[in-house]
Design a protein around this ligand. Structure first.
Ligand SMILES: Cc1cc2nc3c(=O)[nH]c(=O)nc-3n(C[C@H](O)[C@H](O)[C@H](O)COP(=O)(O)OP(=O)(O)OC[C@H]3O[C@@H](n4cnc5c(N)ncnc54)[C@H](O)[C@@H]3O)c2cc1C
Length: 323
């Protein structure tokens, strides 16, 4: 079936989670070439690499007012391409933006929208999707009715993969008919969630702290360990609510979803809303005083002990072996 993918990008590069969405879109398309929509500055540059992922046509929305993300404006761009090309399904990454824009599109076109899908099966009178609910503690199978079917792909549930396919896609630029209301809500400031040059979402190692770290100052020992491991520092919501760390550091259902090789959870109990953000990790090491803490159900390794003793001990041992 014909599928249109909303592709997010920055600095001329396609976002990794959008490449994962493209991979699932290929399953939905069942062999038909994909179309993509890219919005705003750098879209043409980013579109170039999509051919290797099975995208044959890249619609590129251009208007100087699209330089700042505006959900209504992106929804306008998407609905224009939908009306022009009549796809059977529209797919986006299950990011804050992907979910927000598809929710707007669903409202504008009076269509149902299925968020955070992990798999699809096609055919008949609609798609059957498996989708993540309740922060990943429940998987639901559902039929998506309406045309086009609107769905987003749960982050890190499908690997991004290239095809043996063609070169650059055909780029089709267009100027969307934006009105003032489309731009009523837009990003005013961008604060990068980068620590010492390592972004939380892309870090290979994350050292994360919870209430058990004890205070904002307690994070100094986590920063030190992270520095030695080229890691990013993350935290639980209790920590951001207490003001010990900014919200940009929060891992979880209402924070960043991470998929590092190693996630070190220090003084974190492992609430389902937290695990929703770190379940993509290849290995989890939990450091906790409570041998019954729920995090141990998800952990590959555990140290039962006080973070204030264990974390400095790991740091000291790393320093010793490297000297
Ligand atoms: C709608 C909704 C969305 C949410 N979204 C998120 C989210 O995105 N991310 C998130 O994290 N939470 C989220 N939460 C909150 C979540 O339910 C938990 O309350 C939170 O994750 C708990 O944080 P914590 O593990 O730091 O604290 P606690 O649950 O209090 O756990 C502290 C842990 O530290 C251990 N500990 C204590 N002292 C030490 C010590 N000295 N050394 C070692 N271990 C020690 C304890 O044994 C315990 O296991 C959300 C909740 C709701 C309702």
């Amino acid at each position: 079936m014909s599928v249109l993918v909303l592709v997010e990008h920055a600095g001329g590069q396609v976002d990794e989670l959008s490449l994962q969405a493209v991979a699932l879109a290929r399953d939905v398309a069942g062999g038909e070439p994909l179309a993509a929509l890219l919005v705003g500055e750098g879209a043409r540059d980013a579109a170039g690499g999509l051919g290797a992922h099975g995208v044959a046509t890249a619609h590129v929305a251009e208007d100087e007012r699209l330089s700042a993300y505006a959900p209504g404006a992106w929804a306008r761009c998407l609905t224009e391409v939908i009306e022009r090309t009549q796809p059977a399904a529209v797919v986006a990454a299950g990011t804050n933006r992907g979910n927000e824009v598809l929710a707007h599109v669903g409202a504008r076109l009076d269509l149902p929208f299925s968020a955070n899908c992990t798999a699809v099966a096609g055919g008949g009178d609609g798609l059957t999707v498996t989708r993540m609910r309740w922060g990943g503690s429940l998987y639901e199978e559902a039929r998506v009715h309406g045309t086009p079917a609107l769905l987003t792909v749960a982050p890190h549930s499908v690997p991004a993969a290239t095809t043996n396919g063609a070169g650059a896609p055909a780029v089709e630029p267009f100027a969307p008919a934006l009105d003032e209301l489309d731009l009523a809500v837009q990003v005013a400031e961008h604060v990068d969630a980068v620590h010492a040059g390592i972004s939380l979402a892309e870090a290979k190692v994350v050292v994360s702290g919870g209430r058990g770290v004890g205070s904002a100052d307690g994070f100094t020992m986590l920063e030190e360990l992270a520095g030695l491991l080229d890691a990013a520092v993350g935290c639980s919501r209790v920590v951001t609510s207490a003001g010990w760390r900014p919200h940009t550091d929060q891992v979880g259902q209402t924070g960043t979803k991470v998929a590092p090789d190693l996630y070190i959870a220090c003084g974190i109990s492992g609430a389902t809303q937290h695990i929703a953000g770190c379940k993509g990790a290849k290995k989890i090491l939990a450091i906790n005083t409570d041998a019954e803490a729920p995090i141990l159900n998800s952990a590959d390794y555990a140290v039962i002990g006080d973070v204030a003793e264990i974390v400095p001990a790991i740091t000291a041992e790393l320093r010793r072996t490297r000297s």
